[in-house]
Design a protein. Structure first.
Length: 350
């Protein structure tokens, strides 16, 4: 395994911002991970495991330790019941395509999400009414505390909305090596999510391939597919989480919006049911009704012309400009609605 020095990280992210890593290496198997961690111990520097860089904001100063790009390959269907394992370095959408082509249901609604499979359990990635944690049964990872490979069960992963043990209590502790899913052979997919209901006619019973095709088309229309010809795809995907509030908070929020003239008395804030009787708000709606429009310009940063949730690098942006726009949006949404948005990407080097 070759370890390089002072490698620019911007080209390894979909947002395209950030300074250099002090050290950089690629791990194409588990032994490389062991070697890399041994190196960080001898140099007394931190390590950051990099996947597809699609949910990442790197500071302009870069990262003062070793960035280890995980490229562990392999997809294997383990049995006829739908158990399927995927290496952390496999492109996520390639894994989804593999499953759909074999009529294994469970991840088709997550088509087109950029990044690698190793990021799926970390962020509990989700879209169109589904989350990866619903089908994950086990995660094989290197535990930097015990200095050994461990296997975490679904319960031990503690999945919640865009959360897991890997980005909360265990943040920085684990390096994902492989994830195991339980999928449904010859299963069907749900079209209950609004965008999919709109796409398919009432009573339609689309195949997994048709669901995948619809999701890819919808994501492309919103600039949420990695496309070098689309400036709006130079982003970190959805930059903010949809906030979750209680029903009482939601009622007060609507009253505040009507009293402030933000919306008419006959309107309602777009929302979805959330666990424990709570309400999930549409962050994009909150952003647009706080004075930001699609295509909003903030120096060399901006908001996508197709989707208010995506912050984009308009060309040559610094990480500081992205963060400045993020802070401005958070401040205005809070002032307009009393709701604090939380960013979704991982921030390193700040």
């Amino acid at each position: 395994m070759m370890i390089r020095e002072n490698v620019s990280l911007a080209p390894f992210t979909t947002l395209g911002v950030g300074g250099p890593a002090r050290f950089f290496a690629v791990a194409s198997d588990e032994n490389h991970v062991t070697e890399a961690l041994s190196f960080t111990r001898t140099r007394s520097v931190p390590v950051f495991a990099l996947g597809g860089g699609s949910n990442l904001v790197v500071s302009d100063a870069g990262f003062p330790g070793l960035v280890l790009k995980i490229e562990i390959p392999g997809i294997r269907q383990l049995d006829a019941d739908g158990r399927t394992a995927v290496g952390a370095g496999v492109r996520w959408d390639a894994f989804v395509q593999y499953c759909v082509s074999r009529n294994l249901a469970g991840v088709e609604a997550l088509s087109g999400i950029p990044g690698t499979a190793g990021g799926a359990p970390v962020q509990n990635i989700g879209a169109y009414g589904r989350e990866s944690g619903e089908t994950i049964t086990a995660v094989r990872a290197w535990d930097t505390h015990s200095d050994m490979i461990v296997e975490l069960t679904r319960a031990e992963c503690v999945f919640a909305y865009r959360r897991s043990v890997f980005n909360t209590t265990g943040a920085g502790r684990y390096i994902v090596l492989q994830t195991e899913f339980i999928l449904q052979p010859h299963g069907r997919s749900s079209t209950q999510y609004a965008d999919l209901r709109k796409y398919f006619a009432d009573g339609a019973n689309p195949s997994l391939a048709e669901i995948r095709g619809a999701v890819l088309e919808i994501r492309k229309s919103k600039g949420m597919l990695a496309d070098p010809d689309d400036p709006d795809s130079r982003s970190a995907g959805s930059f903010f989480k949809n906030p979750v509030v209680s029903r009482e908070e939601f009622a007060a929020l609507e009253q505040r919006a009507r009293a402030g003239g933000i919306m008419a008395s006959s309107e309602t804030i777009p929302h979805f049911d959330a666990p424990e009787g709570n309400i999930k708000l549409a962050a994009a709606w909150l952003i647009e009704h706080s004075g930001f429009s699609k295509g909003y310009v903030h120096g060399r940063a901006g908001i996508s012309t197709k989707h208010a949730l995506a912050l984009v690098n308009r060309g040559g942006a610094a990480a500081a400009e992205i963060v400045s726009l993020m802070e401005l949006i958070i401040e205005r949404v809070s002032a307009s609605f009393g709701v604090k948005l939380s960013p979704e990407p991982v921030f390193i080097g700040f």
